[in-house]
Design a protein around this ligand. Structure first.
Ligand code: NAD
Length: 341
């Protein structure tokens, strides 16, 4: 696909039509196309992880700063001999056409001391200019929002796009959940992938660590510690909560931005979507009464497949956790009320 320019037509059966060195080719729909809007730290690192993973065959990069997008494209393309063929190019919104997924990582990021909520007005205005353009050229894709505050901007994207709820998702607390699992893995000396734990609610200051669901091999975390002697069971939950919640602040203070782990989280979500995995991920999506919350997009364990959100899972969390989750959702609803949508 490297030198192959895709023409954004589909035939009657949904097959793509290509032009390759002047000749027309008809190909069965076996390519995955992803567009990334916003090629800053997060967008460009996401493009890199997608490229290295070999999951997609076409990546379009769009940014208001054309030089930035072009520079990232050049840098990525120079790595082409080391990865599976993928067509990476700088595009305009017209090039969104035919994308399976459009990832939105455009907008302001947190500066040291800023909260994610501080970005809401600025980034909502940016989304008002971006979303209609994407929808114009790609009305059947899945929109994956990464820009902060991600839960609120997922809601904003749903309203601005008019897309069905299943096709508008936010990266949500997939990253926070990874941070929580990493900390528990460090404490227990067990592979991170065997730590089952979820962070729910806002990707931000009101997020909730659901200790009631946390387990290793089906055993609650503290019981696992007691049984194996591999870890202390009287660990400080507040300290762990604080470490997860303040991780982004600490990283931003030290290096200015966070992007590696979130890009891997984006890759994981894209993989679940493109491979129709029915994976459980704490993405952000529109709630309609689940956990006693409605008319808000929030991060909770969700089955993710090729349709986007297959099902929001209502898990049996403790009464305290439920109350904190509702508080988190309601605090976002208050912010949403202040937006002119
Ligand atoms: P960045 O400043 O490096 O990049 C933002 C990019 O958006 C820039 O290249 C800018 O030119 C572009 N942009 C701005 N307005 C645009 C417009 N109207 N159209 C197209 N492009 C536009 O920021 P970053 O560090 O890459 O962060 C991007 C966003 O991702 C921020 O909101 C940040 O808070 C968020 N983020 C989210 C998570 C998460 O877990 N959801 C994690 C880290 C960062």
């Amino acid at each position: 696909m490297g030198r192959c320019k895709m023409i954004n037509y589909k035939d009657f059966w949904g097959n793509y039509i290509y032009v390759f060195t002047g000749r027309w080719y008809f190909m069965k729909k076996n390519i995955n196309k992803v567009t990334i809007v916003g090629t800053g730290f997060v967008g460009s690192t996401s493009a890199y992880t997608l490229m290295v993973n070999g999951l997609v065959s076409e990546i379009v990069l769009i940014d208001a700063n054309i030089d930035k997008a072009e520079g990232e494209v050049m840098d990525l393309n120079h790595g082409m001999p080391f990865v599976r063929p993928v067509n990476v190019y700088r595009g305009t919104y017209e090039d969104c056409a035919g994308s399976d997924i459009v990832i939105i990582a455009a907008g302001a990021n947190q500066k040291p001391g800023e909260t994610r909520i501080d970005l809401v007005k600025k980034n909502t205005e940016i989304f008002k200019s971006i979303i209609p353009q994407i929808v114009k050229f790609c009305s059947d894709c899945i929109l994956l929002v990464v820009t902060n505050p991600v839960d609120i901007l997922t809601y904003v994207t749903l309203k601005l796009s008019g897309f069905p709820q299943n096709r508008v998702i936010g990266s949500g607390t997939v990253l926070d959940t990874a941070r929580f699992r990493y900390i528990l893995a460090e404490k227990s000396g067990v592979d991170t992938r065997n730590i089952h734990a979820y962070v729910l609610g806002e990707h931000g200051d009101t997020e909730v660590l659901t200790w009631s669901l946390t387990n290793i091999a089906g055993i609650p975390f503290n019981k696992f510690c007691n049984r194996t002697g591999k870890c202390q069971s009287d660990f400080d939950k507040e300290l762990i909560h604080n470490d997860v919640k303040s991780a982004a602040y600490k990283i931003i203070e030290k290096k200015g931005a966070t992007y590696f782990a979130v890009a891997l989280a984006v890759l994981r979500i894209v993989e679940a979507l493109l491979r129709d995995e029915s994976s459980i991920l704490t993405v952000s999506s529109f709630l309609e009464g689940q956990y006693g919350l409605s008319d808000v997009s929030l991060s909770v364990p969700t089955l993710v497949d090729a349709h986007g959100v297959e099902m929001v899972l209502e898990l049996p969390i403790s009464a305290d956790e439920l109350s904190l989750l509702q508080k988190s959702g309601n605090s976002l609803k208050e912010v949403i009320k202040t937006l002119d949508l």
